[in-house]
Design a binder for this molecule. Sequence first.
Ligand code: UT7
Length: 364
Amino acid sequence: MRATFTGWGKCVPPTKLTNADLEQLVDTDDDWIVERTGIHERRISHVETTDLAEVAAHRALAAAGLEPADIDMLIMATVTPEITCPSNACVLQERLGAVNAAAFDLNAACSGWIYGTATAASMITGGVAERVLLVGAEKLHWVMDYWDRSTCILFGDGAGAAVLEPSQAGDGVIGTDLGADGVSGRTMVFPTLGTRGRLSSVLDPFQHRLHFDGQAVFKIAVQGIEKSVRRAVDRAGLSLGDVDAVIPHQANERIITAASRRLGLDPDRVMVNIATHGNSAAASVPMALTDALDSGLIQPGAVVVQTAFGGGVTWGSTVTRWGERVTPLGTSDAALVDCDETVFDLLAPNRDFYAPLHAHSPAD
Ligand code: UT7
């Protein structure tokens, strides 16, 4: 018995942060951002992580033809939970009315979706759960210093979700690779989302902001993705030539291109939506997965590779033989509340909070 994807959906908040907007905040320009990252715009959420997750979850459940009460396990992958106790998954469980679901958060940073898929599939094949709702949701702008051009151009908010259920037909997750290297963990750190340091660190803008060595992460990512995809495809008993669609974490278009080249993958088989979404950590792969299904990249019976790397550092890949159904069974009319603020309104609290760090250089 295997675990297969039966529903999928995403939720992107309506407010766009374009490269032109960023030109007004930091010393950057559209050409630099597009050339170095492939990003044209990203979304900024006016609501909480749970709100994004809830809409994506309703869409995935409708696509699977299920009600919230049908779910017996809810896993939420995030590095920006709305709250840590109760877990964000429990907050979402209440919101959805998924009364029969066990619920927990999972943190593997940008690899959270892949770790979550592996966990969900193992729960199903191990007989612990039958219908798992997996959600990747992030409100990353909350930890972004919009005076720091080296980080604030990269990240965006959003959510993606999927339902996994048992399959007898041979479709489902057929190969997995997961890994981590804590030694390299210092390349990407959110220092105050934990107990480290003094209590007052929580309000210290320097401690609060993302600490990030982009170049180091870039190298780790390209090599890590290549090795991980090879291992997962090998474990599935397949070769790279058998792969029909690749859904990579959307961190940087250059990383996706370099890793795809090393793997000898035809760019037409690789889903790229970073231009409009930026990097949304654990939400990135499920949003790209939904776009891949909507755009027809994933066909019935396709061999689909999902792959990611991220903070920790962590990495992981799954290989799924997709089922016969690539269209949703149903749709949901769930939607976010309207937003009546501009993107600059939404970013004003961040600008105010981090301003003391940049008193002598308005844009570093
Ligand atoms: O999800 C996992 C986490 N994220 C990632 O995996 C991201 C991985 N890293 C990257 O995507 C890239 O390293 C970045 C996009 C972050 C940076 O690209 P890069 O090609 O590595 O640029 P760089 O850091 O080497 O900077 C080159 C120059 C520097 O100027 P000097 O020192 O050469 O004069 C930077 O100060 O570009 C400057 N720069 C910028 N210029 C305009 C850095 N950020 C910007 C900016 N606009 N936003």
